[in-house]
Design a protein around this ligand. Structure first.
Ligand code: HEC
Ligand code: HEC
Length: 486
């Protein structure tokens, strides 16, 4: 699509990242191995036809809305994978932060338990980036706890980044509440993305910095893993290519989705296609369902409905609590697909050149204008946009305030995180972030790159304010019910 400055998809790489579903050779041993990570939780519901084996290897965990499940395409999670090995000097592995049982991320409730259980010695709290600043005192558990406030409260890791030397701006001031960073190297605080459902990625990292133009997502993931070992794991040397391949193959064969809703029950019955087994069958075609492509009847609205998994539930009748919950999820899906949203002031969309050769200006789209990947919710090409999450006006006192000055115009901009602008050095890219995948989203609160929305309810509030959506209370609840069933 024409909005992107950053295409990086290699279709062949995608097909390798998304192995055929036939790779199912579920053995009882594999299921037993998963059960180890899954003690005490109810068995998942059987998959709907045409899923082949009777007992697909799923691991299922509770969350605030019911249960989510993980499906590993090869049959079992390989706990010998280097993903689970400490490869550096601080005792961390990838799974320290991208913990399988915490929806492949780390959420505040489990982080707080980990802190309490280890008095802060769990390597996730390593001072390099698990604390708000490595210079903070951590000699006592109380000091360590206070130094780790952003990780404990919002699941944020400190990311240290310098602007490119040829950037169109200079960093003229930094106000960091922890005295961290300088105008040369910024300390930014970001959520740990879930390393699952990577088959639907078109951009790696919140700010796209691991997806340079022309590189495949496979190569991005290998480069990302190298950097993760050198930074988060504090290794002195890059890992071997065998280790990197081992990490990447584990990453790309995970599919994760909500599988049971506390009110609606199993999410793959009654014609619904929820849960990770259906998700693993979902294809992803780079550039498809383009809201501004030739197939779009209305510019800004993707040609196909983005989510179809709950269309059968839209017409649910009956007054049982299950029927009401299913109908609400179905209505929420419809709102996501069809509710018109007047998109204005979004850099990456409204300032892009439209079909008539002029900047598009206001676009009447939907949630799917940005979240257009079918039944996944990422964007099918590298779309980085500024929806305003890092705007100075929304910054809370626990986050830094960074002042940037345009080298040419002298214009000034304040932000809590410059996002994609720090990757490219372009003024126009400041405050842009990638469009995250939405599956299993309820399991990984808080939301947005800076954890500023504590719940999905707060996410919908954000969109209502940002785009003047006048959702009725029932519509708001339906949209939250739908997002909670992804
Ligand atoms: C200290 C916690 C931590 C550790 C350890 C860690 N990561 Fe991450 N990971 C993060 C954070 C935070 C981000 C987002 C950073 C950003 O976007 O600037 C991230 C981003 C990613 C992404 C990008 C996902 C996306 O949707 O864009 C991948 C893939 C990833 N990590 C894989 C790994 C691998 C592989 C390892 C081990 C070699 C690893 N991580 C170790 C915290 C961690
Ligand atoms: C103009 C593009 C755009 C539109 C329209 C849009 N989103 Fe988003 N969405 C994004 C971006 C970009 C992010 C990440 C922003 C950040 O973290 O700074 C995001 C993040 C999210 C998240 C948080 C995911 C996470 O893992 O943190 C949810 C949930 C979400 N959007 C749902 C919706 C819903 C529901 C709608 C429609 C009401 C919608 N979005 C409309 C671009 C968009």
């Amino acid at each position: 699509m024409s909005t992107t400055t950053h295409p990086s998809i290699d279709p062949q790489a995608i097909s390798r990242r998304h192995p055929p579903f036939a790779a199912w050779t579920a053995t009882l041993a594999a299921a037993a191995a998963l059960a180890l990570t899954n003690a005490g939780h109810a068995a998942p519901p059987p998959p709907r036809a045409p899923a082949p084996p009777a007992n697909p290897p799923l691991a299922t965990f509770p969350d605030g809305a019911g249960q989510w499940s993980n499906f590993t395409v090869s049959g079992a999670l390989d706990l010998q994978s280097p993903f689970f090995q400490s490869l550096g000097s601080n005792g961390r592995s990838c799974a320290t932060c991208h913990a399988p049982k915490d929806a492949w991320t780390s959420t505040p409730p489990l982080l707080q338990q980990r802190f309490a259980a280890t008095r802060g010695t769990d390597p996730v709290f390593a001072s390099i980036d698990g604390t708000n600043c490595p210079t903070l005192e951590i000699a006592t558990p109380a000091e360590h706890q206070s130094a780790s406030s952003l990780l404990l409260n919002k699941g944020l890791i400190r990311i240290a980044l310098a602007p490119p030397v040829n950037a169109q701006f200079t960093v003229t001031a930094v106000s960091n509440p922890y005295g961290c960073g300088s105008t040369a190297t910024l300390s930014l605080y970001r959520r740990i993305p879930s390393t699952t459902n990577l088959a639907f990625l078109s951009t790696v990292m919140w700010d796209g910095r691991e997806s340079p133009v022309g590189r495949s997502i496979d190569a991005d993931l290998i480069a990302q893993a190298t950097h993760a070992v050198l930074t988060h794991e504090q290794a002195v040397a890059a890992p071997s290519s065998a280790v990197l391949d081992g990490i990447e193959s584990l990453e790309v064969e995970q599919f994760t989705a909500q599988s049971t809703d506390a009110h609606a029950g199993a999410l793959n019955v009654g014609g619904a296609d929820g849960g990770p087994l259906n998700l693993a069958q979902q294809s992803f075609t780079p550039g498809s369902n383009d809201p501004f492509g030739a197939a779009a009847a209305t510019p800004g609205v993707p040609p196909e409905p983005v989510f179809t998994i709950y269309s059968a539930w839209e017409s649910t009748t009956g007054t049982s609590s299950v029927a009401l919950a299913r109908a609400s999820i179905g209505r929420g899906e419809r709102i996501f697909n069809t509710r018109p949203i007047a998109i204005t002031g979004v850099a990456g969309i409204n300032d892009q050149i439209g079909a008539n050769g002029r900047p598009r200006g206001e676009v009447v789209g939907t949630c799917g204008t940005c979240h257009n990947a079918i039944n996944a919710g990422s964007h099918t090409s590298a779309l980085l946009v500024d929806i305003g999450v890092s705007a100075a006006a929304l910054r809370t006192p626990d986050l830094p305030l960074i002042t940037l000055t345009n080298r040419t115009t002298g214009a000034r901009l304040q932000t809590s995180d410059p996002g994609f602008g720090l990757t490219t050095g372009n003024w126009a890219d400041l405050n842009k972030f990638k469009v995250p995948t939405l599956r299993a989203v309820v399991a990984r609160a808080p939301y947005f790159h800076n954890g500023s929305a504590a719940t999905l309810d707060a996410v919908v509030d954000f969109y209502e304010r940002r785009f003047n959506l006048n959702l009725l209370p029932q519509e708001h609840a339906d949209l939250v019910a739908f997002l909670s069933a992804l």
